[in-house]
Design a protein around this ligand. Structure first.
Ligand code: HEM
Length: 488
């Protein structure tokens, strides 16, 4: 079967040496991927025994990839190794089970529910700023990524699991769960990149095995105990509807869809939502801060917008502010364009599919989407390596193909947390940039191309977001004082 598959794929352009072309240090991977796209075009075949991967990057071809019923199944070789930490939830389920779970979960992530999470994001953003404030005035560089990870993990615990009613004995487990979520991308990647580790008996010898097992056990324990606690509350009549704010889980358990999923299903979906959210948001925010640190003009424009919306007030961000933060949203999207946290994802081809550009995806192959390459197509994004948020202004993006920008994927398997992720990122980014100016590290990268990127399950910064901070309000107070004395 493999020989026949290889023969059927031979007509698609790609390197003769297959996956070996991309072997070597991980920090060189992206350069090699870009080079392959330049050399072979928008459909690239890569022999990856026992299968063949076909990378598709043109938006017109992607329309078929995202919509064809024969291209919706996740390849087990990649996704099965992820499930002990990622959970056997939406991200790894297929077919009818996936459809049923997605239909059951979606209403509990409705926009109105997400809006009720804004005060939680704002409170956690303010805690984060208090931690960041310790780094101002020192002139010293520090790594903001762990703090951004902590923001993201705490926000997930307080919005997905509990609206502040976690019993004390679970608090310690929650802290461990947060820690695991922050480190999960690195651990998952360690396993996925070494196919022999998919066999548990061999993985036991890995340096990360113990850490991995602690995370698997810690997640299971925290998630199942929290679910039990919530169910008990409901059964004892202490319905969370009584409290003002409800978590995703409170909404789900009291929804019409609650009976569709078993307890085990819910546990797995909670793990999937958490693991899907934390690494991606942390990476987005890390790239955003680092990009802004070397883009003072963009930072000025964001700061001006924030001043226009909030003036001198230090009140928390509210839901009604978010639609006004248009340029900030453009800057976040530009970050997602250049550094999409999920830089690749794939599907099994369950029946031959012909692409509009000509090649056929043969049954049994794996089709892979790489937003990292699609987002660098100069036809859709002129001067693609430039950090230019204006590209996402309505007048600049109206004519763009809908699948030219796909950081959250598209179609029936798109990211269910897309609006959650953007909302959380907007709240924390605006809170940070109202208070601080982000400065580059003197011996750090001067251009985006110099960022040291680590390709994991998500796309991260190898050394984290190393920046320096300056307090903005000191400046604006000083400016106000100056304005006052001029008037005087
Ligand atoms: C910047 C933030 C985020 C980015 C860039 C992102 C990106 C993506 C992408 C590209 C996929 C498709 C993956 C694939 O096909 O294999 C996906 C799926 C998914 N994401 Fe996100 N994500 C983000 C945030 C979130 C958040 C905040 C949550 C949860 C609240 C979440 C939960 C999920 C889930 C459950 C899936 C699987 C959906 C399905 O197959 O039905 N993500 N995400």
């Amino acid at each position: 079967r493999t020989a026949r598959l290889y023969w059927r794929c031979a007509a698609v352009p790609g390197p003769a040496v297959g996956v070996l072309r991309f072997a070597g240090p991980l920090d060189q991977l992206l350069g090699k991927v870009k080079q392959a796209a330049r050399e072979f075009g928008t459909v690239v075949r890569v022999y990856a025994p026992p299968t063949v991967c076909i990378f598709v990057s043109d938006p017109v071809d992607l329309e078929i990839v995202f919509s064809s019923p024969h291209l919706q199944k996740k390849p087990p070789i990649v996704y099965d190794s992820l499930s002990p930490i990622l959970g056997t939830g939406l991200a790894t389920l297929n077919g009818e089970t996936h459809r049923r779970h997605r239909k059951a979960i979606s209403p509990s992530l409705h926009l109105d529910i997400l809006k009720s999470f804004v005060p939680v994001f704002a409170r956690n953003a303010s805690t984060l700023c208090a931690q960041l404030d310790r780094h101002t005035g020192t002139g010293r560089t520090f790594n903001a990524t762990p703090l951004l990870g902590s923001y993201s993990a705490q926000s997930i615990c307080q919005t997905v699991f509990s609206a502040g009613d976690i019993p004390l004995d679970l608090m310690e487990e929650q802290e461990r769960f947060c820690d695991c979520l922050i480190r999960s991308s690195e651990m998952l990647f360690h396993r996925v990149m070494r196919p022999w580790y998919s066999v548990d008996a061999i993985f036991k010898f890995s340096s990360k095995y113990q850490q991995y097992q602690d995370c698997v056990r810690g997640s299971e324990s925290f998630v199942s105990k929290t679910l039990e606690h919530k169910i008990q509350l409901l059964e004892s009549g202490e319905s969370p509807t009584d409290s003002k704010r409800k978590s995703f889980l409170d909404h789900f358990l009291t929804s019409d869809e609650a009976h569709v999923l078993s307890k085990r299903d819910i546990i797995e979906e909670l793990k999937t939502l958490s693991a899907g959210a934390v690494g991606t948001t942390m990476d987005l925010l890390s790239f955003f801060l680092l990009s802004l640190s070397i883009s003072p003009d963009v930072q000025d424009k964001v700061a001006k917008e924030l001043d226009d919306v909030f003036g001198d007030s230090n009140r928390p961000v509210e839901e009604d502010d978010l639609p006004h933060l248009k340029y900030l949203e453009c800057a976040l999207k530009e970050t997602l364009r250049l550094f999409p946290p999920l830089f690749t994802f794939s599907r099994t081809v369950s029946r031959d599919v012909k692409l509009p550009s000509g090649p056929v995806l043969p049954e049994g192959s794996v089709v892979a989407v790489m937003p990292y390459i699609t987002h660098r197509n100069p036809q859709h994004f002129p001067d693609p390596e430039k950090f230019d948020p204006d590209r996402f202004l309505p007048e600049m993006s109206r004519e763009r193909h809908p699948f030219a920008f796909i950081p959250f994927s598209a179609g029936v398997r798109n990211c269910i947390g897309q609006r959650y992720g953007m909302m959380s990122a907007k709240v924390v980014a605006s809170t940070i940039l109202r208070q601080f100016r982000i400065l580059p590290c003197p011996d750090g990268p001067k251009r985006l191309e110099d960022f040291k990127i680590m390709a994991g399950v998500t796309f991260g910064l190898k050394d984290g977001a190393n920046v320096r901070l300056e307090r903005r309000w000191v400046k604006s107070n000083a400016q106000q004082a100056r304005r006052g004395s001029c008037r005087g």
